[in-house]
Write a protein that binds this ligand. Sequence first.
Ligand SMILES: CC(C)(COP(=O)(O)OP(=O)(O)OC[C@H]1O[C@@H](n2cnc3c(N)ncnc32)[C@H](O)[C@@H]1OP(=O)(O)O)[C@@H](O)C(=O)NCCC(=O)NCCS
Length: 166
Amino acid sequence: MLTDGDFPLLTAWLAEPHVRKFYQKALVTLMDVASEYGPCVQGEDPTICYLAVSGTTPFAYLQCYRNADYPQWAEIIGVTDGISVDLYIGEPSFLGRGFGQAALSGFLRQVAFAHFRAESRAYISHEPGNEAALQCSVTVGFRPLQTFTENGVESILLAVGRRSLK
Ligand SMILES: CC(C)(COP(=O)(O)OP(=O)(O)OC[C@H]1O[C@@H](n2cnc3c(N)ncnc32)[C@H](O)[C@@H]1OP(=O)(O)O)[C@@H](O)C(=O)NCCC(=O)NCCS
């Protein structure tokens, strides 16, 4: 689970070129990170926020939330049920080695669906040009459902049922 001691690491990860390409396009400061993730750490926000670790080394950030808790988001993506998940590998040396699919699958099974017990479907969205993310999600069992546009940027919405996870 994320703690406020992780904010400097998150700030450094969010500045990595591969993260800024699709996940966090604007450069953020430590103060931005504290105000964005503070409520989640304090349990004041229904989003759950986690770091994935390999041994003792944190390498990725994952978050998950019920779409029904964010009606504006639910309207944008055009679904009202289920949970949405977002992730990025922060440590560049962990890219392209299977850690993305392992973290995504493990997080959904062990954390997200266990936390949101009443939900049976997970959604994830990627820009059409984000081939690594699309392939990673498809490998985990997600399938493309529809497209949507947020702030003028088109994304593909993918979905997986709790029982169809690989
Ligand atoms: C998306 C992300 C989590 C994927 O993690 P990853 O560890 O790099 O990917 P994996 O090694 O698990 O690879 C998953 C699949 O994608 C493929 N892949 C990996 N990098 C690729 C690339 N650059 N282009 C095309 N396919 C790629 C792999 O071959 C693998 O396919 P396979 O299972 O058929 O062999 C990671 O690239 C990332 O953090 N990107 C930046 C943030 C981001 O885009 N997040 C998602 C947006 S919400």
